[in-house]
Design a protein around this ligand. Structure first.
Ligand code: AGP
Length: 614
């Protein structure tokens, strides 16, 4: 998720661009840049800096550029680590066109080889540079920017939004949308474009939203929209925005956490699409031959991480044992790093982390490397310390997660782990092709199932209103949903400050059953699984002692619905993917309980988004 902004009009373009990027910095902050038509010197002026927007602002002070049309970008790296050369805007090899991009171009590698054969020299490691050079290459052949653009974009696969500026076609911006958001702001003698309305609101509330595979031509005077495929003009009625800037950054949601929960279906869809090729094989663009050779030889797998990421690690360890048939375990980093683990070169230590900066996980990585184990980071932040120090890295591509409570990063970790397990099983030849295909088919249905759960959130609303005054909660799960119980409890405790404990349901008789009374809701995660009957027994034991049961179960499970005080249905899915589905209602439940209690949901007390100290 990056921040894009564009302007054409009568104001000083660079001021408009920088102000717009300030409002978009929450969308990505590892580098920033601007490009504009230099009305004194002519042609394109481009300036980019690694790091926060403030560095670009400082750098701009050394230049005096007169311009009324330009584009800007603040980056969340997906391909190529954060650096000035990888920062946007990117220009084609002849410096005629500048482009800013939000999204992922899936077929960039093939196109890059084709362009290299046509003599294009690349400077960065980004997928974006392929796009601008493909457009530039057609531009030199067709001498028409729009035709060149349509031809080039028609060959790109993936999810992206672009804004393009051409040095010798100075009075227009070309805007394109496919899946990733982009919105046009309508002014008087000026027009704007941005990734979301927060960058437009200081100037206008009148906006036009592009639909997928539409492009727009913006000049000072007007905005014209076209369908990419047919080239036909499209009529679109402007909308009037009623949000303030802060509300706009949250997409109209009251909190980033709720916005990020609602982003999960799209993000999981993008991850799954990106990681499965046309032949139905799982692949990771960041894993090379070296990693494959090491992974083929491993005999044990350790998942090491903290907090929510540890719960993902537990699921990962179950997956690795079940499908790659490798002895696997999961540990919290703070224990692993100090217990002097016995490790060999035939061991793999997989570090799971959203931020890639967690001190204990970084220390665990270093301990594992020092002992000769193969280290693989599954991380969200591209170019983060853990990503750079691990022997290999896989990115989860969840986009920036602003809410301190991890939501979309967690489900992105679970999906990425499942895909990685099938990849590992392929290297160890422990799964039949038909088995993998069936599982991938089931996995591809998960995003739609998550969307369906989000549409049923009214039921959760009622349930949360019923219980938000309770101070003690117990979460129970078995097998793949034992980690779900831990994660559900962590979500609730960290944002609502209630005492919430997650347990393996089989542990009830070993202590927690003493807690059961009419004051403590027990959340039982019991979708169809091989331990379903055992979960039913747990529910009956709790009810027999006057306890309250809130059950998550597979749609249509009347038996569980009748036993429980409250029942939340989950769409049917393969057992190993049920933690992904179950996470969503538990995230919403925690969110609603915290919101009803007036908590600071996005920045809960005592917590930080990344624990960079012990
Ligand atoms: C989860 O909601 C918490 N914010 C916290 O437990 C977090 O998962 C943990 O600190 C690990 O962070 P990381 O994924 O960035 O390493």
């Amino acid at each position: 998720m990056c921040g894009i902004v564009g302007y054409v009009g009568k104001r000083d373009a660079l001021s408009v661009l920088m102000k717009g990027l300030e409002h978009l910095e929450y969308r990505g902050y590892d580098s920033a840049g601007v490009a504009c038509i230099d009305e004194k010197a002519g042609g394109l002026f481009v300036l980019k800096e690694e790091g926060k927007l403030s560095r670009l602002k400082e750098s701009l002070k050394k230049h005096s550029v007169v311009s009324t049309v330009g584009i800007g970008h603040t980056r969340w790296a997906t391909h190529g680590e954060p650096s000035r050369v990888n920062a946007h805007p990117h220009t084609d090899c002849k410096g005629q066109i500048a482009l800013v991009h939000n999204g992922i171009i899936e077929n960039y590698a093939l196109l890059k080889e084709e362009l290299k054969r046509r003599g294009v020299a690349f400077r960065s490691k980004t997928d974006t540079e392929i796009a601008v050079n493909l457009i530039g290459d057609y531009y030199r052949r067709k001498r028409d920017l729009v035709e060149a653009f349509r031809k080039a974009v028609g060959r790109l696969r993936g999810f992206f939004a672009f804004v393009i500026l051409a040095g010798n076609d100075p009075d227009k911006l070309l805007v394109f949308k496919r899946s990733n958001p982009i919105v046009i702001g309508l002014g008087k003698g000026e027009n704007f474009v941005a990734s979301d309305v927060s960058a437009l609101l200081p100037y206008t509330k009148n906006v036009i939203y592009l639909e997928d595979d539409e492009y727009a031509l913006l000049t000072r005077k007007d905005v014209r929209i076209y369908n990419l495929g047919t080239g036909k003009a499209v009529k679109r009625k402007p909308a009037v925005i009623r949000w303030n800037i802060r509300q706009a950054q949250k997409g109209g949601y009251p909190h980033f956490m709720l916005k990020e929960i609602h982003e999960e279906p799209r993000i999981l869809e993008e991850i799954i699409t990106k990681r499965i090729d046309r032949r139905g094989n799982v692949y990771f663009d960041t894993l090379g031959r070296g990693a494959d050779l090491r992974l083929k030889k491993i005999k044990r797998v350790f998942f090491v991480s903290c907090g929510t990421a540890y719960h993902a690690g537990l699921v990962g360890s179950y997956l690795a044992e079940q499908f790659a048939r490798l002895p696997a375990g999961a540990e919290v980093s703070s224990e692993f790093r100090y217990r002097d683990p016995v490790l060999h070169s035939s061991d793999a230590v997989i570090l799971i982390t959203q931020s890639g900066e967690t001190a204990d996980t970084l220390a665990a990585l270093r301990e594992a490397k020092a002992k000769g184990a193969f280290t693989l980071a599954i991380v969200n932040v591209v170019g983060s310390t853990i990503a750079r120090e691990a022997n290999a890295v896989i990115y989860t591509h969840a986009g920036p997660e602003i809410g301190v409570a991890s939501t979309k990063a967690y489900t992105a970790q679970l999906v990425t782990e499942a895909l990685f397990t099938f990849y590992l099983a392929g290297l160890h030849q422990t799964m039949k092709r038909t088995q993998v295909s069936e599982l991938l088919l089931a996995l591809k249905k998960v995003p739609a199932a998550c969307e369906k759960i989000l549409k049923q959130s009214e039921a959760l609303d009622r349930c949360s209103r019923k219980y938000f005054r309770h101070q003690n909660f117990l979460y129970l799960g078995r097998g793949y949903n034992f980690p779900t119980a831990l994660e559900g409890a962590l979500k609730l405790k960290e944002i609502s400050y209630a005492h919430a404990h997650g347990y393996a349901a089989g542990e009830m008789k070993h202590g927690p059953i003493a807690l059961v009374d009419h004051k403590q809701p027990v959340i039982c995660i019991a979708p169809a699984s091989k331990t379903y009957e055992k979960m039913i027994s747990n529910v009956e034991e709790i009810k027999a002692r006057g306890g309250i049961v809130i059950a998550l179960g597979t749609e249509g499970d009347r038996r569980l619905a009748e036993l429980a005080d409250d029942f939340f249905p989950l769409p049917p899915t393969h057992e190993v993917f049920s933690p992904i589905l179950a996470a969503i209602p538990l995230q919403l439940f925690a969110y609603k309980i915290a919101a009803f209690n007036g908590r600071d949901v996005d920045q809960p007390r005592n917590l930080a988004k990344s624990v960079t100290v012990e």
